[in-house]
Design a binder for this molecule. Structure first.
Ligand code: BGC
Length: 362
C-alpha cells in the first residue's frame, strides 16, 4: 500500500474515532436533554392540572337542562343566562349532558349530529364569554344497571365526544362520568375510568380530565378510587350534599321518605361545622397524598329548605372548599336548587351572596 494511501487510511480511521467520540458526546447530551425534557414535561403537566383546576374557580351547574330525558328539559339555557353568570362573577359552568339518549344503541354507537350542534352552541357561547366549561356524561342509567353490557357503548360515546372536541382550547374540560353507582361498583369504575381515559387521550392528549368517585361522587368513595398514576393531567371531583336530610329535604327523587325531613335547618353550630370540615379535610388529605387538584363539582341545598339555612350552608361549604384550594360549581342555576330565579328574572340574593361574597361587596 502506498504511503499516501496508508496516511489516508490512518486519517480516515482517526476521523472515524473522532467522529465516534463526537457521536457519543452528542448521544450523551441528547440523552440528558431528553431526561431534562421528561422531567420538565412531567412537572409542567402536573402544574397544568392545578392551573387548569384553578381556572374553574367559582362555577355553577346548568343542571336540569341537557341531562334531562329527551325533549323534557326543565329550562333551556340561553346566551342571556351566560351573560348573567359572567356578570355575577362566575369563572366557569358545568353542563351535565345525557349523551346516552342521543347515541345509537348499536355499534358504532354514533352520537346524533343535531345533538352535538346544540351542545356546541352552548359550549361556544360560554367560551366566547371567557367562561371555562365542563362537559360530562350524566345520567347514563343503563350503564349503572348493566356496566358490562354498556361497556363498549360508554367507550364509543367518549370516543365520539373526544374526537368532536379535539380542536377546542384548554378551557373546555371533560368529566368522564357523573356519580357512578348501582352495579358500577368502585372496582369496576376504576377499570372503566382508566379505559375511557385512554380513549380520550388518543385525541386529546393534553386536555384536563375530571374524575369522580363511586358511589355517587361522594367523599366516602375516595378510599376506593384509583386514578392512573402516570396521567398527571387529572382533576379529582367530589360532590357534597351533607347533611343529606337537610340538602335533600322534600326531594322526591332522592328518597320516598324525604318529606319527613322537611323543616330540617342548618344553623352552623360547632358540631355542624365540624362535620363538614372533617369531610373536607379527608378530601384534602387524599388530594395531597395523590398530588391531585380538587373540583367540588356539585353542592347545594334544595328549595324546600329555608333560605337562611341554605345561604348559611352554601357560604360555609364554598368557603371551606376555597380554604383548601378547591374550585367549585354550585348545584345549580335555574331549577329546584336555583341560585337564579328565572320567573322573577333575578338572582336569589342570599344564595348569590353566599356563593360570591367578594363580587357582591361582602
Ligand atoms: C343529579 C340531579 C340532582 C342533584 C341533587 C345531581 O347529580 O343529577 O338530578 O338534582 O344531583 O340530588
Amino acid at each position: 500500500m502506498k504511503a499516501e494511501s496508508r496516511d489516508s487510511v490512518r486519517k480516515s480511521q482517526s476521523m472515524r474515532s473522532r467522529s465516534g467520540v463526537v457521536a457519543a458526546a452528542l448521544q450523551t447530551v441528547a440523552f440528558f436533554g431528553l431526561v431534562l425534557m421528561a422531567i420538565h414535561a412531567f412537572a409542567a403537566t402536573e402544574n397544568d392540572a392545578f392551573e387548569r383546576c384553578a381556572r374553574l374557580g367559582r362555577g355553577i351547574n346548568l343542571g336540569n337542562a341537557m341531562e334531562m330525558p329527551r325533549g323534557r328539559p326543565l329550562w333551556e339555557p340561553q346566551p342571556e343566562h351566560l351573560d348573567l353568570i359572567k356578570a355575577a362573577g362566575f369563572n366557569s359552568i358545568r353542563i351535565p349532558i345525557r349523551w346516552s339518549e342521543y347515541a345509537a344503541t348499536d355499534a358504532p354507537f354514533a352520537i346524533d349530529p343535531a345533538w352535538f350542534t346544540g351542545v356546541d352552541t352552548l359550549v361556544n357561547a360560554a367560551l366566547d364569554r371567557k367562561l371555562a366549561v365542563v362537559i360530562n356524561v350524566h345520567h347514563f342509567n343503563e350503564l349503572m344497571a348493566d356496566p358490562v353490557g354498556q361497556h363498549q357503548r360508554f367507550l364509543a360515546i367518549w370516543n365520539g365526544i373526544a374526537e368532536h372536541y379535539r380542536e377546542f382550547g384548554p378551557d373546555l374540560f371533560f368529566e368522564l362520568l357523573n356519580e357512578p353507582h348501582g352495579k358500577l361498583r368502585p372496582q369496576l369504575w376504576n377499570e372503566l375510568l382508566s379505559e375511557s381515559l385512554a380513549v380520550v387521550r388518543r385525541s386529546n392528549p393534553n386536555r384536563a380530565v375530571i374524575v369522580g368517585t363511586a358511589p355517587w361522587g361522594g367523599v366516602r368513595g375516595l378510599k376506593d378510587l384509583v386514578m392512573p398514576e402516570g396521567d398527571r393531567n387529572l382533576i379529582l371531583t367530589v360532590h357534597y350534599y351533607e347533611p343529606y336530610h337537610f340538602t335533600h329535604q322534600g326531594a322526591s327523587w332522592a328518597n320516598k321518605g324525604a318529606d319527613a325531613w322537611l323543616g330540617t335547618t342548618w344553623d352552623g353550630t360547632r358540631n355542624e361545622q365540624r362535620a363538614i370540615r372533617a369531610d373536607f379535610d379527608q378530601v384534602a388529605a387524599w388530594a395531597k397524598e395523590h398530588r391531585r387538584p380538587v373540583y367540588l363539582g356539585e353542592f347545594g341545598a334544595y328549595n324546600k329548605a329555608d333560605m337562611e339555612s341554605r345561604a348559611r350552608w352554601t357560604d360555609f361549604v364554598a368557603r371551606e372548599a376555597e380554604k383548601r384550594g378547591m374550585s367549585w360549581a354550585y348545584w345549580e342555576a335555574c331549577s329546584g336548587y336555583g341560585a337564579y330565579d328565572p320567573k322573577a328574572g333575578a338572582w336569589r340574593e342570599p344564595l348569590l351572596r353566599a356563593l360570591m361574597p367578594s363580587a357582591t361587596g361582602r
